[in-house]
Design a protein around this ligand. Structure first.
Ligand code: GRF
Length: 200
């Protein structure tokens, strides 16, 4: 790690949860490496083995853990284990960045959680926001950053970005353009939340 990527005093301690390729996580790590970001990534957790997100974290020397639902007797036990794993790293905030599990009450009681979603909520919540928006035939979609509550993509909205649907867009082409905006939005939202901590 270079001197410029050292977090400043009082940097917001982020725990990032991932299930997939981790490009949103990478945007946060790149912002830290660029210097001056008011946050640091203290741990990356995944709900499955072999995620690109965990690989990106490991390559950067960020601690990682895997907490898989099938390894527990119940969803409640998984929730409790995830809450404990997160608490070990004393995060100020958890970022659900492409984490494809609904978080349980123990996690949500311990720490505030921000989620990024690839559609303009409250339209098209759930695991297939891009597909559902495309199937509906919307001409504008986008991404949303919101606080996580006990519903599925129902918490208070923090920020949104619009993305036009182009003729001939596929699920993949549209999702890639949304993700470009999503990464920028996430870095900007966390920069804002680090500056104004009235949400704590
Ligand atoms: C993002 O579009 C996120 O909103 C969605 O899955 C994608 C994850 O991308 N739930 P990545 O793993 O950060 O590249």
């Amino acid at each position: 790690m270079t001197g410029s990527s050292e977090p400043g005093p009082g940097a917001l301690r982020l725990a990032v949860l991932v299930s997939g390729s981790g490009t949103n996580l990478q945007a946060l790590l790149d912002a830290v490496d660029a210097g001056g970001a008011p946050f640091e990534v203290v741990v990356v957790g995944a709900d499955r083995d072999g995620t690109g997100g965990a690989e990106r974290a490991a390559a950067r020397g960020v601690p990682t853990f895997v907490c898989r639902v099938p390894d527990f007797d119940s969803r409640a036990d998984w929730d409790a284990a995830l809450a404990r794993l997160l608490a070990e790293h004393t995060p100020d905030l958890v970022v659900s960045a492409g984490f494809m599990k609904v978080l349980g009450p123990e996690v949500l009681a311990g720490v505030r959680v921000v989620n990024t979603h690839p559609a303009l909520l409250p339209s098209f919540p759930g695991a297939h926001g891009v597909r559902d928006a495309l199937a509906h035939g919307v001409r504008v979609t986008g991404c949303t950053c919101h606080w996580v509550d006990d519903g599925v993509d129902t918490g208070p909205i923090i920020d949104q970005r619009a993305v036009r649907v182009e003729d001939g867009d596929t699920l993949e082409s549209l999702h890639e353009r949304i993700k470009v905006e999503e990464r920028r939005m996430l870095v900007e939202v966390l920069t804002h939340l680090a500056a104004d901590r009235s949400w704590r």
